[in-house]
Design a protein around this ligand. Structure first.
Ligand SMILES: [Zn+2]
Length: 311
């Protein structure tokens, strides 16, 4: 290699360095389409919380830790994918080995209540106690407190956002205000239908939005509660087609976006549905999708979008 070539290479390298350092967030200029596969690992807590503690519903939930979770962990190991699991304290304390396996495979553990009861049901004090109790279970099994929270029942109380910030959470994933974009959550909205909405201040809590359309439960899980029946039982191929189209649209319309799927081991761990997940991974990977944990995705968002001062 002659000296002129070495000099040229140095010039190219220093020009590239100058261009990169001109932008505060180099990643901001690179297209990235992220997929967060997330699991609400309810175990048997959902059935017990809904007043069904008898053997058959309990066994229906138990399918998750006994059979489905090991299958899912093997699938993600095969494709070297890290995912996020929102786990009630009840599941952690009842099935510690199954949850420890999730931790040991490098997946994120997020908060999903202790008893799998929506915060809407609680007073502020009860909600805070449940938050602390769940977080202590998570610390015991994983060695660290949760960074993310997902509400059982996908609803939050007027106190939730403030309590999440107080207890060190960086994000929530229970709201639906966007599809491919993340955003900083508000607190303290005043809503009176006779007046225009008064929106509260934006906080430092990041929202990773979800949708019923990218949740496995309404598509697949037959459920009878009281007089209501949710039929479920969709064809896996139909759901796969919808979910791939959601990714395609993200790739067409955004430079940096996140698509979040919410699955439940006891639902998505069954044959035709776990095959759907494998086909989804294969299809989206071939299109350039980046599969990553929600907490890591939230950190990227915070680097790209200044954290608001109000908390
Ligand atoms: Zn749940």
């Amino acid at each position: 290699m002659d000296l002129r070539m070495i000099a040229n290479q140095r010039t190219v390298r220093s020009t590239v360095t100058a261009i990169i350092s001109a932008f505060p967030f180099p990643d901001a200029r690179m297209a990235k389409h992220i997929v967060c596969l997330t699991f609400d690992f309810d175990g048997i807590s959902g059935f017990v919380a809904r007043g069904s503690p008898s053997p058959s519903p309990v066994s229906r939930g138990e399918f998750g830790p006994r059979v489905a979770a090991p299958r899912l962990l093997a699938l993600f190991k095969k494709y070297r994918i890290k995912t996020s699991w929102y786990v009630p304290g009840h599941t952690i304390e009842s099935f510690p080995e199954a949850v420890k396996a999730v931790v040991d495979h490098g997946h994120e553990i997020g908060h999903h209540g202790w008893r799998h009861i929506s915060p809407v049901e609680f007073s502020r004090e009860e909600e805070e106690a449940e938050l602390i109790r769940g977080n202590e279970s998570i610390k015991r099994i994983s060695g660290e407190y949760a960074r993310g929270y997902r509400s059982p029942g996908w609803d939050l109380s007027p106190n939730s956002v403030e309590l999440f910030i107080k207890h060190g959470f960086t994000y929530d994933t229970s709201m639906m205000g966007d599809d491919y974009g993340m955003y900083y959550a508000r607190r303290g909205d005043v809503l009176d239908l006779h007046k225009p909405a008064q929106f509260g201040p934006t906080t430092s809590l990041v929202e990773l939005p979800i949708s019923w359309s990218t949740d496995d439960a309404p598509h697949f899980e037959y459920m009878r509660t009281g007089n209501a029946i949710r039929p479920g039982m969709a064809k896996a191929g139909d759901v796969l087609e919808n979910w791939i189209a959601d990714f395609d649209y993200m790739q067409k319309t955004t430079d940096w976006g996140v698509l979040t799927f919410t699955c439940h081991p006891f639902i998505s761990g069954r044959g035709h549905r776990i095959m759907l997940l494998e086909k989804l991974i294969q299809n989206l990977k071939a299109k350039g999708a980046v599969f990553q944990r929600a907490d890591r995705t939230v950190e990227e968002f915070r680097k790209r979008n200044k954290v608001p001062k109000a908390a």
